[in-house]
Design a protein around this ligand. Structure first.
Ligand SMILES: [Zn+2]
Length: 163
Protein backbone atom coordinates (compact mmCIF):
# COMPACT_ATOMS: atom_id res chain seq x y z
CA UNK A 1 0.00 0.00 0.00
CA UNK A 2 2.82 2.39 -0.86
CA UNK A 3 0.53 4.62 -2.91
CA UNK A 4 0.35 8.41 -3.00
CA UNK A 5 -2.64 8.43 -0.66
CA UNK A 6 -0.77 6.35 1.92
CA UNK A 7 2.27 8.60 1.69
CA UNK A 8 0.09 11.68 2.11
CA UNK A 9 -1.53 10.13 5.17
CA UNK A 10 1.90 9.34 6.62
CA UNK A 11 3.03 12.93 6.02
CA UNK A 12 -0.13 14.28 7.68
CA UNK A 13 0.33 11.88 10.62
CA UNK A 14 3.98 12.91 11.04
CA UNK A 15 3.04 16.60 10.95
CA UNK A 16 0.12 16.25 13.37
CA UNK A 17 2.19 13.88 15.52
CA UNK A 18 4.99 16.43 15.69
CA UNK A 19 2.63 19.11 16.99
CA UNK A 20 1.02 16.71 19.49
CA UNK A 21 4.49 15.58 20.58
CA UNK A 22 5.67 19.13 21.29
CA UNK A 23 2.76 19.46 23.74
CA UNK A 24 2.88 15.95 25.25
CA UNK A 25 6.66 15.56 25.56
CA UNK A 26 6.46 17.20 29.01
CA UNK A 27 4.52 14.21 30.29
CA UNK A 28 7.40 11.77 30.98
CA UNK A 29 7.37 8.64 28.78
CA UNK A 30 3.56 8.44 28.60
CA UNK A 31 3.31 11.57 26.40
CA UNK A 32 5.76 10.47 23.68
CA UNK A 33 4.45 6.90 23.85
CA UNK A 34 0.84 8.03 23.38
CA UNK A 35 1.91 10.25 20.47
CA UNK A 36 3.73 7.30 18.92
CA UNK A 37 0.76 4.96 19.28
CA UNK A 38 -1.50 7.59 17.69
CA UNK A 39 0.82 8.15 14.71
CA UNK A 40 1.43 4.42 14.23
CA UNK A 41 -2.24 3.58 14.45
CA UNK A 42 -3.10 6.32 11.97
CA UNK A 43 -0.56 5.28 9.36
CA UNK A 44 -0.58 1.51 9.96
CA UNK A 45 1.53 -0.58 7.59
CA UNK A 46 3.24 -2.83 10.12
CA UNK A 47 5.60 -2.43 13.05
CA UNK A 48 8.57 -0.92 11.20
CA UNK A 49 6.54 1.65 9.28
CA UNK A 50 4.75 2.71 12.47
CA UNK A 51 8.08 2.95 14.29
CA UNK A 52 9.58 5.04 11.50
CA UNK A 53 6.63 7.44 11.22
CA UNK A 54 6.42 7.90 14.98
CA UNK A 55 10.17 8.57 15.16
CA UNK A 56 9.82 11.14 12.38
CA UNK A 57 6.92 12.79 14.24
CA UNK A 58 8.88 12.85 17.50
CA UNK A 59 11.94 14.29 15.72
CA UNK A 60 9.76 16.99 14.20
CA UNK A 61 8.24 17.60 17.63
CA UNK A 62 11.71 17.93 19.14
CA UNK A 63 12.62 20.53 16.52
CA UNK A 64 9.41 22.41 17.39
CA UNK A 65 10.33 22.28 21.11
CA UNK A 66 13.86 23.57 20.46
CA UNK A 67 12.54 26.24 18.11
CA UNK A 68 10.03 27.43 20.72
CA UNK A 69 12.80 27.68 23.32
CA UNK A 70 15.00 29.57 20.86
CA UNK A 71 12.15 31.92 19.97
CA UNK A 72 10.70 32.54 23.44
CA UNK A 73 13.77 32.01 25.60
CA UNK A 74 14.49 29.64 28.44
CA UNK A 75 12.49 29.50 31.67
CA UNK A 76 13.47 32.23 34.18
CA UNK A 77 15.41 29.73 36.29
CA UNK A 78 17.85 29.12 33.45
CA UNK A 79 19.03 32.67 32.81
CA UNK A 80 22.62 31.94 33.78
CA UNK A 81 24.77 30.51 30.99
CA UNK A 82 26.00 27.29 32.70
CA UNK A 83 22.46 26.39 33.71
CA UNK A 84 21.32 27.04 30.14
CA UNK A 85 23.83 24.55 28.83
CA UNK A 86 22.81 21.90 31.36
CA UNK A 87 19.17 22.57 30.59
CA UNK A 88 19.74 22.18 26.85
CA UNK A 89 21.71 18.98 27.37
CA UNK A 90 18.95 17.55 29.53
CA UNK A 91 16.41 18.60 26.93
CA UNK A 92 18.42 16.93 24.19
CA UNK A 93 18.75 13.64 26.13
CA UNK A 94 15.09 13.93 27.11
CA UNK A 95 14.05 14.25 23.47
CA UNK A 96 16.33 11.49 22.18
CA UNK A 97 14.79 9.15 24.79
CA UNK A 98 11.32 10.40 23.86
CA UNK A 99 11.93 9.72 20.14
CA UNK A 100 12.86 6.10 20.96
CA UNK A 101 9.80 5.73 23.20
CA UNK A 102 7.56 7.29 20.54
CA UNK A 103 9.02 4.91 17.95
CA UNK A 104 8.17 1.90 20.11
CA UNK A 105 4.67 3.31 20.59
CA UNK A 106 4.34 3.81 16.83
CA UNK A 107 5.28 0.21 16.13
CA UNK A 108 2.73 -1.07 18.63
CA UNK A 109 0.11 1.36 17.28
CA UNK A 110 0.65 0.19 13.70
CA UNK A 111 0.52 -3.46 14.80
CA UNK A 112 -2.74 -3.00 16.71
CA UNK A 113 -4.28 -1.40 13.61
CA UNK A 114 -3.15 -4.31 11.46
CA UNK A 115 -4.67 -6.83 13.85
CA UNK A 116 -7.93 -4.91 13.72
CA UNK A 117 -8.03 -4.71 9.90
CA UNK A 118 -6.70 -8.21 9.24
CA UNK A 119 -9.51 -10.05 11.00
CA UNK A 120 -12.36 -8.83 8.73
CA UNK A 121 -10.18 -9.30 5.61
CA UNK A 122 -9.47 -12.94 6.50
CA UNK A 123 -13.13 -13.53 7.25
CA UNK A 124 -14.17 -12.04 3.91
CA UNK A 125 -11.57 -14.15 2.12
CA UNK A 126 -12.69 -17.41 3.71
CA UNK A 127 -16.31 -16.58 2.87
CA UNK A 128 -15.62 -15.67 -0.76
CA UNK A 129 -13.46 -18.78 -1.18
CA UNK A 130 -16.10 -21.02 0.30
CA UNK A 131 -19.05 -19.79 -1.76
CA UNK A 132 -17.82 -20.54 -5.31
CA UNK A 133 -16.61 -23.97 -4.20
CA UNK A 134 -20.15 -24.93 -3.25
CA UNK A 135 -21.36 -24.07 -6.74
CA UNK A 136 -18.54 -25.92 -8.47
CA UNK A 137 -19.28 -29.28 -6.84
CA UNK A 138 -21.86 -30.95 -9.05
CA UNK A 139 -23.98 -33.97 -8.66
CA UNK A 140 -24.82 -35.80 -11.85
CA UNK A 141 -28.42 -36.93 -12.12
CA UNK A 142 -28.54 -40.75 -12.55
CA UNK A 143 -31.70 -40.49 -14.67
CA UNK A 144 -30.88 -37.78 -17.26
CA UNK A 145 -27.21 -36.91 -16.69
CA UNK A 146 -27.92 -33.29 -15.80
CA UNK A 147 -25.36 -31.62 -13.56
CA UNK A 148 -26.86 -30.27 -10.34
CA UNK A 149 -25.54 -28.18 -7.48
CA UNK A 150 -24.26 -30.44 -4.72
CA UNK A 151 -26.90 -29.23 -2.27
CA UNK A 152 -29.80 -29.75 -4.73
CA UNK A 153 -32.55 -32.06 -3.49
CA UNK A 154 -34.18 -32.56 -6.90
CA UNK A 155 -32.75 -32.52 -10.44
CA UNK A 156 -33.15 -29.27 -12.35
CA UNK A 157 -33.39 -31.27 -15.62
CA UNK A 158 -36.01 -33.91 -14.87
CA UNK A 159 -37.22 -32.90 -11.38
CA UNK A 160 -36.53 -36.38 -9.98
CA UNK A 161 -35.25 -36.50 -6.40
CA UNK A 162 -31.47 -36.85 -6.21
CA UNK A 163 -30.19 -39.80 -4.16
ZN1 LIG B 1 -32.37 -35.55 -14.02
Amino acid sequence: MADAKGMLRSAAAVLAGGIIYSALTWVPLVGPFATGVLVGWWTGGGFLKGLRNAAYAASLGSIIVFYMIAAYGLPPAGTQAPINLVFLWMLLIWNVTSIIVAGAGGGIGALSRDVRTLIPTNLMESLSQHKPRKGVEYRICPSCGQGNVESAKTCIGCAKPLK
